[in-house]
Write a protein that binds this ligand. Structure first.
Ligand SMILES: *Cc1c(COP(=O)(O)O)cnc(C)c1O
Length: 410
């Protein structure tokens, strides 16, 4: 049998005395501390390092926003609130978590289609910036402002007239439920003042999980040109432009990490260009996955080792109900394996090919398929790497009614 290629991140693991280190402690101690499996653990130092890397690589004028939907664990959000310039939230629940941080409400933006009246009212009352996704949403925001006797802060989410090429998930360009089509924005902008709204800026988010440097640079360039065009056409000053993000991380064999220096250098030129025309415009980037994905692991325990017609199955106490992304059911077209290892046997060769599954009665409950791992038995720990983003938060935990996994920030 051909062994699938190993993942690059397995070669750069943080290992001390033969033991995988998480948050500066050996995995063995972490498992004892948590006291149960399955669990997610997020490494606070790795999150900080990631933000520092972004700060070093991006132009100094760029503000960094954390898109909370990637990992809304309150402890993670509190940690990040000290490191980033702002947060983007996509629900009232997320907005409450962001408002619990020391960030000013003007540093919180509320994005997402179909915001309900009570959500808009809460946002206006809290003075957070509402990223309006339609003309009628803008009117509803104004209505809330009138009711509350407050001036709502709104920015306009623009559905651009271009796509972010080679993105794992496209969220702009063509017909989309997100944002207001670029061609309608100028006439709408002229309305903002008459509606009794404070215009806070423009927001363009065109896609997610992109590992193609030139596609990212191109989308950033088009975004900045679009903002310049809208501003010049309408004569309306744009206080802030959020250019989105979409920076991806390598999940599968063969994928390479992004060269952030190239993105930063290109963006530097673009910032210079727009600042020559609009010297005071603030420019923000908004990232979720890139900040937290590599800082997280998911750990579950082997319950049973089974052989079926010659194939080895490791049945664990975790699975797709906790980690939908690793199971391949969160938008993957062809299922590929996340990097996985046997956490208490990392010094042993991965000389066995096994399929790692969960306890659910569905063939979709796969954590890794035909993957080379160290020979594992009941009691051993399966560790899924690159699990800090879209892990628990994007999983169907209620499916089959197993207990929820624990989350820790270490
Ligand atoms: C999902 C989303 C993000 C975060 O995307 P990542 O790929 O995790 O960086 C940012 N902004 C908006 C509007 C989103 O919907």
């Amino acid at each position: 049998m051909n062994n699938p290629p190993q993942h690059a991140v397995l070669e750069s693991l943080d290992v001390k005395d033969g033991c995988l280190q998480i948050g500066g402690m050996p995995l063995t101690r972490l498992v004892q501390r948590v006291g149960t499996t399955p669990f997610y653990a997020y490494d606070r130092k790795k999150i900080s390092e990631r933000v520092a890397l972004l700060r070093r690589s991006m132009p100094p004028e760029i503000q960094l926003y954390y898109a909370m939907k990637a990992n809304p664990m309150p402890a993670v959000v509190q940690h990040l609130a000290k490191l980033v310039d702002g947060m983007d939230v996509a629900s009232l629940g997320e907005m409450k978590v962001a408002l619990d941080t020391p960030l000013s409400p003007h540093r919180i933006s509320f994005t997402g289609p179909g915001k309900k009246l009570e959500e808009l009212r809460s946002a206006v009352a809290s003075d957070v910036i509402i990223n309006v996704e339609s003309a009628s949403e803008m009117e509803r925001a104004a209505q809330c402002g009138e009711e509350l006797g407050m001036l709502p802060q709104v920015s306009i989410r623009v559905n651009p007239d271009f796509e972010l090429q080679s993105s794992g998930m496209k969220m702009g360009g063509g017909a989309k439920p997100f944002g207001i089509d670029a061609e309608q924005v100028p006439s709408l902008l002229q309305h903002v003042g008459t509606l009794g709204l404070n215009f806070a800026g423009l927001h363009v988010f065109s896609g997610s999980q992109n590992l193609n440097t030139s596609a990212i640079c191109e989308a950033q360039e088009k975004t900045i040109r679009l903002a310049i065009e809208i501003a010049l056409q309408t004569g309306v000053a744009i206080p802030r432009l959020n250019i989105g993000g979409g920076l991806g991380v390598p999940y599968f064999p063969g994928q390479q990490p992004l060269d952030l220096a190239v993105v930063g250098k290109h963006l530097h030129g673009l910032v210079h260009e727009i600042r020559q025309i609009f010297p005071r415009i603030e420019i923000a980037m908004e990232l979720g996955r890139y900040i937290v994905a590599e800082a997280g692991i998911y750990v579950c325990r082997v319950v049973e080792r089974k052989i079926s017609r010659g194939q080895i199955f490791l049945v664990t106490d975790g699975g797709m109900h906790h980690h939908l992304a690793a199971s391949g059911n969160l938008g993957q077209v062809i299922r590929k394996n996340f990097p996985v290892l046997i956490g208490n046997k990392i010094h042993q060769d991965a000389d066995e090919v096994a399929t790692i599954v969960g306890p659910l009665c569905t063939p979709l409950d796969i954590l890794a398929e035909q993957i080379p791992v160290a020979r594992a038995c009941p009691g051993d720990w399966v560790v899924v790497l690159q699990s800090g983003a879209y892990g628990l938060t994007a999983s169907p935990v209620a499916f089959l009614n197993h207990p929820e996994p624990v989350e820790v920030l270490v």
